[in-house]
Design a binder for this molecule. Sequence first.
Ligand SMILES: [Zn+2]
Length: 429
Amino acid sequence: MKYPYMHPREQLVTIMHRVYGYGMTTTSGGNLSILDETGDIWITPGGIDKGSLGEPDIVRMRGDAVVEGTHPPSSEYPFHRAIYARRHDIKAVLHAHPAALVAFSLVRRIPDTSIIPQARAVCGIVGFAPYAIPGSEELGRNIAEAFGKGFDTVLLENHGVATGGRDLLEAFQRFETLDFCARTLINATALGPVRSLLPEEIAMADHGKNRDMPEFDPGFRSSTERSLRREMRELVHRAYRQKLMTSTEGTVSARIDGDSFLISPYGVDRSYIDESDFVLVTAGRRERGALPSRAVVLHREIYAANPGIGAIASAQSPAITAFSVTGTTLDSAIIPESYIVLRSIPLIAYGRPFSDERALAREISPRAPVALLQNDAVLTTGATLTQAFDRLEVAEFSARAVLNAMKLGAIAHIDEAALDAIEEKFGLV
Ligand SMILES: [Zn+2]
């Protein structure tokens, strides 16, 4: 079922399973709530296994009284209530203790969300609430005060994080995106200083060439298009499960023929994406009523410049993004698989993917099928969707291997002569 049509009980269970399934809370930690139109608060119960939470476990509260449910509400109910009392635009609250964000809360540092444009847009600036004992009115006051200053995302000292939103999905996306930033920043510490984007650089990303495209009526849909839609849906869901994409980040496109391709839509949660959400783009026009990803112009130029490319993917995964936000080149000459699949990986300056699309598209070739976009993403191409997806996985795994190796000692790369032998044996151009 589509998320906005779900009952509050189902929304709470669905999102709790996403939080738990993604490894962002423990069996005992974390609580979520929704404020409904009557002023009642639906909240997860205290002391129930978060991995097996069901709809009957949800508690409905009116003030201090349980009006529906067999369990007591979460012990953190006081701070949920305090946030709603303070901020009338917030209708859902999420709280958890994911390891990366807890790490930031322990050192009293706020994760920088200006490392990639979308993260800054989703999370906003992050607030900070001083420590108080869990379940206390004092903790409620501290957190509500931070939300009262206008923050939608608040780090809790020696505790975790709380996020709010117009609905629980928005609160979840803020939470997940902030956790992604925290994991990326922790990975980046090994590589060097992180470049933070300036407000005007973030604004550049939202100039909306996708909105300027003329529309057309697609008419009959070919069986090639239909099977690609299905393959793309599976691939995006898989990339989400593999933590290569987050709910708000990651784009896929696939060529149907010539100047006609399908691309992921703008602003649809990646784990709920459906066949019908992908947008058909033909000769620079988008199908009527649909808004493609902002990367649409770059994808079109890549297809035009490279007849052998049938699919393109881009994603922000936490290991490879650490390279991207520190402007560090990833050398693929670490193991034969990485070199064969990734080849040389150009580092593309921030801003070029949405201002210099044509020249950038010509830098993609069979010798450089993958590009690292600074403060943005890794972009992979392939003859097929499977090949582009494999490159995404290999890029992330290679980046992770390098980060791990740096903790162990000096990295020995495969030398030129051995690379020549690989090229010959595997028929690389
Ligand atoms: Zn807690």
